[in-house]
Design a binder for this molecule. Structure first.
Ligand code: ADP
Length: 605
């Protein structure tokens, strides 16, 4: 027993001892003095001592018993409290478990997705009731079905393979497959499979109905196919249209060119022929723009990078618009920074952009000057090329600047009425520059002028050494025998008119069959072959001629002369065995150069 407990007991005993002693003393007094009146028998000191001797141990024992009982009571009540707390905790946990189960049931009963658990032996352990909504089978019916009942053999095998590749606790694998519902209809399901990572080997599968999404995907694919067919039809239509437009333009431009060069025209007639040429060239550039734009829209523009000289590009583009500029009293300045280095870019396409800027500058400027500026920022073995055309023309109002590079966009109706145009040139330019991953833009002040610019990056390059001999020109001495295979009578006459003054002896054939026959009969230095012809087209005729020549061991140069000018059409000509391509409408200078170049040589097959 420790000192504290002893002290408690002693202090706890004292009141009892005092009470007993007081009671004994009082009793002694009452009995001896008050009741019996025997003062001699009244011995308070002895009574006190006896009382103390008896009361002390008695009280001590009583107190210790009381304290023990109190302790027992305290222990009992503490254990009762603990029990109560345990009961309350158990109740709380049961309540939580019931709530969790209720929520889980709510969830699994109302899930649109289906949740299933499979034992490692491939038996269904659990399936959420949503299966009925998805497949039409009740939960009991579904649990009794074999696993492969609703899917095709191939899909079942695919999914099994997927499951075999799973690792416990690893990432889930997903699969889409068709599933046959109880009523026989087909739906698409998407399932995610994962192996639980708790060592139980249980497979968790969550599946959802994706029929609507699949239908949407199918609809989109169908719509895309339709759009592609429509776009292909549009491209075919445009290719045909441009072919049909180019054919008469060949005659118009060709004969106008012949007339312009003839000496016997009066001044008025010469001016009128000039108008015919200008108008038909404008029409030709519209045809070219429409064809170009449709190809760019269809993403069919293939760039053909080759070493080119930016400074030469600037001067040749400026030269092309110079005549028109001078006629309007405009000055054209070319400012190419010193030491511009050749680059590996699609030069002709970049020239098209610069030429479009320049043509617009001439068109929209009445007085002043037009400046073409080219600069280059060399970055290692590449460079950033900037081309800009600045004019002092009508400028563009700020509200039109944002969409000036959009297709069919013209600054405003008044401008388009006054100046004409298709609104395609800048849209084509933008697409070409974007295709080169460059930038295009304009700065303009209305009434003061505009600067159209582009920036493109490309590798620096070395220019190939210039060809040793320039294309020979026809000397007019004669001696060139040329076979022209062309179904259009006007074109036959045009080519003859253009070539005969230069001593070219032109024999004609009206279609491919006649062309092959002429080649069988005679010897020619060169063949100009149209492509689209009745009876036999130019490609077939070329193949037949090449087969015939193969047997003889000689080959005559064949040059396509056609309104089919798309790159794939040119490639077809070369693949059929032709050596070169001349696009219609025929440019007289190019025609003469081509005839001179090929008539002097023998084709090497
Ligand atoms: P088009 O010239 O055939 O109309 P573009 O696409 O080349 O087509 O030009 C679109 C429009 O941009 C023009 O109609 C004109 O309103 C405006 N524009 C282009 N270049 C200039 C310029 N240098 N000055 C003023 N306006 C211009």
């Amino acid at each position: 027993m420790n000192l504290g407990v002893l002290k408690d007991r002693i202090f706890g005993t004292a009141p009892t001892v005092a009470l007993i002693v007081c009671a004994v003393m009082a009793t002694d007094y009452l009995v001896n003095i008050v009741l019996l009146n025997t003062p001699n028998a009244y011995t308070p000191v002895s009574t006190l001592l006896i009382a103390l001797v008896v009361a002390a141990p008695l009280s001590y024992w009583l107190t210790s018993q009381r304290q023990r009982l109190e302790r027992l009571r305290d222990d009992l009540s503490a254990s009762l409290d603990a029990k109560q707390e345990a009961i309350e905790e158990a109740d709380r946990r049961r309540g939580e478990a019931e709530e969790a189960e209720r929520l889980y049931r709510l969830l699994s009963d109302n899930l649109t997705d289906h949740v299933a658990l499979w034992s490692p032996k491939g038996e269904r352990v659990y399936s959420s009731p949503s299966i009925q909504r998805i497949t039409g089978y009740t939960l009991d019916e579904f649990m009794a079905l074999p696993p492969q009942a609703m899917v095709s053999e191939a899909d079942f095998a695919r999914v099994q393979k997927l499951i075999r590749g799973l690792t416990p606790g690893g990432p889930p694998a997903t699969a889409d497959y068709e599933c046959t519902r109880k009523d026989g209809t087909l739906i698409w399901l998407e399932s995610a499979y994962s192996l639980l990572g708790d060592g139980s080997g249980i497979l968790l599968v969550t599946s959802r109905d994706i029929t609507e999404r699949k239908q949407l995907e199918l609809d989109i694919a169908k719509a895309l196919e339709l759009a592609e067919t429509a776009s292909a039809a549009k491209s075919d239509f445009l290719a045909n249209m441009t072919h049909e437009l180019r054919t008469p333009l060949t005659a118009i431009i060709g004969f106008a060119e012949v007339l312009r060069r003839s000496r016997g025209l009066s001044q008025t007639a010469a001016r009128q022929v000039g108008h015919i040429l200008d108008a038909s060239n404008t029409l030709l550039s519209v045809v070219n723009d429409v064809l170009d734009f449709s190809r760019l829209e269809a993403g069919g523009l293939e760039l053909d990078p080759a070493p080119f000289d930016p400074a030469a590009m600037a001067s040749s583009c400026a030269a092309l618009v110079e005549e028109r500029a001078v006629a309007k009293g405009l000055v054209i300045k070319v400012k190419a920074s010193k030491g511009l280095r050749p680059m590996n870019l699609d030069g002709p396409r970049l020239s098209q952009v610069l030429l479009n800027f320049l043509s617009n500058a001439v068109k929209f400027t009445a007085h002043g000057s037009i400046t073409v500026a080219l600069s280059q920022k060399v970055e290692g073995d590449a460079a950033l090329l900037r081309g800009a055309v600045t004019d002092t023309g009508i400028g563009i109002a700020p509200e039109h600047l944002d969409n000036i590079f959009d297709r069919f966009s013209q600054a405003d109706a008044a401008v388009s009425r006054r100046f004409g145009g298709t609104g395609l040139g800048l849209a084509i330019s933008r697409r070409i520059v974007e295709r080169m991953e460059g930038q295009i833009g304009v700065d303009s002040v209305e009434g003061r002028g505009s600067t159209f610019w582009f920036e493109v990056r490309g590798p620096l390059a070395e220019l190939a050494a210039p060809e040793e001999e320039a294309a020979p020109l026809l000397d007019g001495e004669g001696g060139v025998r040329l076979l022209l295979v062309e179904d259009n009578a006007v074109n036959r006459e045009l080519i003859k008119t253009m070539l005969e003054p230069f001593g070219v002896d032109v024999e004609t054939a009206n279609d491919g069959v006649a062309g092959v026959e002429a080649m069988r009969q005679g010897h020619f230095d060169l063949v100009l072959m149209d492509v689209q012809m009745p009876v036999m087209d130019g490609l077939t005729a070329t193949r037949e001629i090449r087969a015939m020549e193969g047997a003889r061991g000689a080959a005559t140069p064949i040059v396509a002369m056609t309104a089919n000018v798309l790159p794939e059409q040119i490639a077809n000509c070369l693949a059929a065995g032709m050596d070169d391509h001349l696009g219609k409408p025929i440019n007289p200078t190019k025609l003469l150069e081509t005839v001179a170049r090929w008539s002097g040589r023998t084709h090497t097959a």
